[in-house]
Design a protein around this ligand. Sequence first.
Ligand code: ADP
Ligand code: MG
Length: 628
Amino acid sequence: MALLQIAEPGMSTAPHEHRLAVGIDLGTTHSLVATVRSGSAECLPDEAGRVILPSVVRYGPQGARCIGHDALASADVDTANTVFSAKRLMGRGYEDVTGLQMPYALKAPDDGKTGMVQIQTEFQTLSPVQVSADILKVLRKRAEATLGGELVGAVITVPAYFDDAQRQATKDAAQLAGLNVLRLINEPTAAALAYGLDQNAQGQFVVFDLGGGTFDVSILRLTGGVFEVLATGGDSALGGDDFDRALAEHFISTHGLVNLTPRQRSRLVMACRRAKEQISSEHTAFLSVDFSDKETIAETITAVQFAQIVEPLVKRCITAARKTLRDSELSKEDIKGVVMVGGSTRMPVIREAVKEFFGQDPLVNLNPDEVVAIGAAIQADTLAGNRNDDELLLLDVIPLSLGLETMGGLTERVINRNSTIPVARAQEFTTFKDGQTAMAIHVVQGERELVSENRSLARFELRGIPPMVAGAARIRVTFQVDADGLLAVTARELSSGVQAQIEVKPSYGLGDDEIAHMLKSSFEFAQDDMMARQLREQQVEALRLIESVEAAMQVDSALLSAAEMTLIEKELGSLRELVKTDQLRDIEKGIETLGEATADFAAKRMDEGIRKALTGRTIEGVSETFGK
Ligand code: ADP
Ligand code: MG
């Protein structure tokens, strides 16, 4: 019999009231997570107040990794192990990316198993999917910590030109990061949503996205609240980084800096990047780089000089925009609005060129770094069912198993996937603590062993359980799915008839491929899951032992000598500490040791119990008590 997790009543959140969903901009250079709170979308900052997470992971020995700002800081000292721009490798084969110059090593997959290009650091071989998953995981944790609950899911943005393999790779990364993908949406569509352009009756819009390493232009047509991508274009090898390099080249030639080491070069480029960003808001920037063995640079650069240096790059952007417009068979006059996206559109040179070309002021009131994540968050909020205007998904079979969370965060399946509906199944559970009068019931969906890897559907409480010793209560939980795919869960304590019930309405569905993947990952992770399950089970076992020894000591301490008491206290203390760790073997040993330390005590208690039970009873009474 499985045990239900007991949570303090009133402590659990009520996700069916507001379902926590986020939008994620998984960018080439930067990634962000946003959510809708009290009706408005906002990006979520880290502990240091930064919303931007550099899409950079540094890999060390034994699986050690560092993600984001710290990894970026080490990029020029540990180039071989610091992976950036993984997005460019997502869903691509080795041949597709031979043109990319990366400071870390790329290689073809050994066995042709996945076909996706692999990253070879000093310590491991990685798939770009893993790198993206590492980044997504940080954002998921940030969101969960900020919002204080489990996420229903995420909308993740991808470039409009991403093909099936690239989209699938993005989904895989999300699954690996423990995120439920509500939907992948195109970055330009997200930007348009952030500006509320979907509120327009109809019209054509340009989304001009100049990021760190890529330039994407998209022409969208809106009709009846649906965005259609008319054309995509741009330049996948043009972005803010090129502006940094152009500035660096300028200094290299004016200062005659020959034979810079890769590290020196990267320091110079970083300094140029800071100067470039400063020039977006100020008229000048001061740049200083000390090379020790070469001429030191200490120079002020003006906005006018900068504009001259980067002019060829600005021209390339406009040429690409013109071409995309031509592909869409529209003219400038047909364009109702131009949305600016990407950190590089902060550059006044870019804004001016866009204004001149399209003959209108571009939309810049939203933060260009955040606009994609904001739009994704708005979409996520809708898909999660927080705005009561979306359709319900009708099911004919249960696509994923339905079950309950039991002790240790494990999933106990009640209805298996592919059961046809309508269907009803019941299972019995029991309590964990003596005298417990309430229990929290958490309904989950998915095939994985751990609740955290599955999708949370609902939580409710069963109250008014008569106080009994742990394990004595019998709680029957019934799952019922009606023909509309609506799930109702009822919990009933059998001896008292106390009952609690909830209806779970799926307000969005998972796509077939998502389901396929979740199934696949449940096989892939079976090994991990087994280990995790064993650990949780031992932790639960340890907690039960601690509970019962503590309870026994309170009642029957008179049966113990001072020495025995001290020994038991000591073993109790060390098991209490061990149970907080993930050391499976140590916990098992701790349980054994405490068991040994209390063996005599248990025997004495048993004798005592029998002695009490026998006092004043006839043989018939005894057989009545013990005969069953
Ligand atoms: P991506 O979508 O590729 O992840 P972002 O949209 O975050 O990239 O853009 C990153 C680029 O924006 C970098 O090249 C960065 O230098 C540039 N950037 C950020 N802020 C500014 C600024 N104030 N002025 C000019 N460029 C900026
Ligand atoms: Mg971007």
